[in-house]
Structure formats: structure tokens, C-alpha cells
Write a protein that binds this ligand. Sequence first.
Ligand SMILES: [Zn+2]
Length: 410
Amino acid sequence: MQTTLISVNGDRLNQTLSQLAAIGQLSAGGVCRLAYSAEDLQARQQVQTWMQDAGMTVRIDAAGNMIGRYPGRLELPALATGSHIDTVPTGGRYDGALGVLAGLEVVRSLHDQRIQLRHPLEVIVFTDEEGGMIGSKAMAGTAPAQAAEYRRPDGSDIQDCLRQIGGDWSQLHQARRTSAEIAAYVELHVEQGGILEAEDKQIGIVEGIVSLHRCHITVIGRPNHAGTTPMHRRRDAMVAAAQVVTALNDIAVHTPGGQVATIGYFNISPNAANIIPGRVEMEADIRDLSEPHIEALIAQLQAKITAIATATQTEITLERGMTIKPTLASPAIQAAIAQVCDQLQLSSCSMPSRAIHDAQEIGRFTEMGMIFIPSIAGVSHAEDEYSSPDQCIQGATVLLQTLLQLDTLM
Ligand SMILES: [Zn+2]
């Protein structure tokens, strides 16, 4: 099919991005708009007004999600888009905000031209993406059952938090949605990595959001005097641990595939300069789109660990920790995005998302797709996060045309 003549108003999109970035603006150009803060509340109020002015009805669900709905011509499940407007403490102007405001711009463009799609169109501001994703989790039915299990980074009580934005923890089940209500969800987001820039591509077509597996590794050696113990009589937990770090890195570097693996947590004891380390605790974080592939990597690591333990005369155990299942993007939506990019003559490539997004939860109950635009130098969750005005317009244009395609397909 052809792309239609409807287009987004790029100047208005970039102006709106600047207006939202002024709420919680930091001196170096970034934004601090922590979920549930005064700035977050102000930003939510502003977006609500913009949505209403664009012909949407707006409701707040029990999880505090703000749902703007633009009516369709037919009684069909909605097409949905959106993202989040909360930020990390020193965040950028684009992470989350772009997805929400591009969705708003899509509706504004339709409203300007008095066009309704076949489907109702929802623009969703998900609650607290950066602090635990209560909004998208409640919608998917994956939020913890007990409030005490829901740990926010600052330790605040989720029930109090939700109350401040018009939500209600005790009614959280009412926020749940199904594919009978939302036929497809497409989220535009900045890449937050450097692949598109390195590959010189304008648009990333997300294949899925990767699975994450954590492993807790404990090395037990023998603490002893650092002066009097000869080298050949040592059972140094730190020396063994260092080999485990290198082994995991080698596996991740040399195994074919797109996996990433990190040991970012390390705790050594007794942690004194004159004592041979007796115990080291480490946490490995391994991510890939394919869970069987992650299992194969962990099996390789386990084999190396056994060999390292023997060679260093230490005891090393690997315990499995938290896992997050991957969410694969809908092939039909990926194909629609690819076709739109071809028609618009925008270069594109398929890629996994190695960062977590609201789409990960929404994709658990309905067809999901994500569109990435480049992040300059791969910087995000930082004040100098940047995507150019043209890149933002390209992303919003692809979002609009993809939603138009899905409106005819679904
Ligand atoms: Zn985000």
C-alpha cells in the first residue's frame, strides 16, 4: 500500500519536546522529572491538556497510567502508542518523552485534518518507567501481588505514590488490559545505544526486548597472611574470581551472536591489603534475545568455572538469580515498519533492544513493535542525551505511517 498524504508537523513536535523538557530542566540541559515528583505531576497535567486539545478523552487508570483516546470510525480494539515522561535523576530530554509526544503529534495531525482511523487510537503515558514500570506491569498483569514486594529505588511506598497521581494500588487489577482491547502497541524510543549511528542507519526496527539472566557466583578460598604465605600454598579467592571475570568476557566476545555479559557487582572479603582474599561474591548479568542461547552461554561459563576452581584450589559455585523473559516484537509490525521505511526512503536495520521499555510488558498480551531513532554517541540516561530535530521528525513520521498501515491490516 501507499503511504498517505497525512504527515506530522515536525516543528510542532520539536517545540513540544522543548516545552516538556522545560519542566524539571537541569542547568546542563538535561531533565530531572522523577516519577511522582512535583515536576512529574506538572508534566502529566501538561500532557493531559495537550491530549484534550487534540480531541482525545483522557482517563487515569488504577496504576496511574494516563490514557488518551482518540475515537475511531468503527467499534474495534484500539491501536496504541506511548511511552513514559518520568526520567532518571540526571536524564535527557528524549528518553520516553519522544514516544509520548510523537504519539500526541500523530493524533494532533489526524485531528487537524479531521481524520479518524478505523480503530480508536490510544496514546499512553505509562507510570514510573524508570522506577519499576508499575504502569505497564499493571496493564500486563505482571505487577507483584503485594505492595511490599514492589521496591522503588528510593524506598517510597507504592500505595502512597499511586495515590498522588490518581491511581489506587488496591484496585490495580482494574488496570489490566487484553488484546481484545488493544490490538497492537507501537512505541517510538531513542535507541540509548550506538548501533544505529555506527551502522549509519536512520531507523531501528526492534526484533524484541532481550532476556536478562543474573547469576550469583561465590568463590571460596583460604584467607591467610599476605606476607608469610608462599605463592604456591595460596588459595586466593580473588585470583580465581579475576579468572571468572575474564572467562565470562571471553565467552561473550568470542561466541557468535549478539549477547552481552557483565560482572558489575563484586564483593571481596576480608578486603584488607595484608590478607589473602578468602571469599568473593560476584553477580553476572547476561542478555540476549534467545533464552536457549543464554543457557548455552551459562553452560560454557559453568565448565570454565569448574576448571578455574581446580586450577586455583578454590570452591566456586554459580547460583541462578533473577530472570526476565524476552518479549519478541510482532513479525507483522516489524514488516510494516520496514515497508514504511522503504517507502519513505529511510535507511533501517533490525536490532534487539538491550534496554528495558514499557513495550516489554505490553508485548506480553498483545502485538508489539518498537521504532528506534539514533542516540548521538550512544548516550542516554545522561544530560547530554541527544537526537536531532530531524531524527525526531523521522521517528514520528515512521510511527504515523506504521499506525496507518496497521489500521488497514488489523
Ligand atoms: Zn525510556
